[in-house]
Design a protein around this ligand. Structure first.
Ligand code: FAD
Length: 118
């Protein structure tokens, strides 16, 4: 087992980055201001340039060109991000996630109805 204080590998970096991105999308406003939209677009557009896994960054840049980010609302952004993540999941042979907003909110914002994450 790799000690916890090692630099992140591709998996750890990816997991932490998805956690940040999905959680940020889950708390994005339903009616974002222009400042929200501009800053979210900047954040997402920076990833293909700055993300420190060059293979991941290149793929992300390609998929973002064919499917540009939708920052028009919390639901639209959460779904767009889910689909981006599913594209990576598919490429890596992982299960796809159900991109319904109820499922995304349960995973990233509210937790399951049984209260097990409260
Ligand atoms: P992750 O895929 O990190 O997912 C974390 C959690 O998110 C899951 O446990 C699940 O509960 C939830 N989840 C899963 N899918 C979705 C979804 N669609 N929507 C919402 N929630 C979801 N790795 C590579 O080897 N090659 C690559 O090209 C590559 N590209 C990447 C590009 C980006 C932008 C990022 C952020 C990561 C990339 N990664 C890549 C890393 C890869 O996606 C995983 O993060 C890594 O393999 C660790 O996987 P994991 O099993 O911890 O779950």
């Amino acid at each position: 087992v790799r000690p916890a204080n090692c630099p992140p590998d591709v998996e750890q970096l990816g997991n932490a980055t998805w956690t940040f991105l999905h959680t940020t999308a889950a708390y994005y406003p339903d009616k974002p201001s222009m400042a929200h939209r501009v800053n979210m677009l900047s954040l997402l557009r920076a990833l293909p340039i700055l993300y420190p896994c060059s293979v991941c960054a290149t793929h992300l840049g390609e998929t973002m060109e064919t499917r540009p980010p939708d920052v028009s609302s919390r639901t639209a952004l959460s779904r767009w991000l889910c689909e981006q993540h599913n594209e990576v999941n598919e490429r890596l042979g992982k299960d796809k996630f159900d991109c319904a907003i109820e499922k995304l909110d349960e995973r990233w914002k509210d937790g399951p109805a049984d209260g097990s994450c409260d």
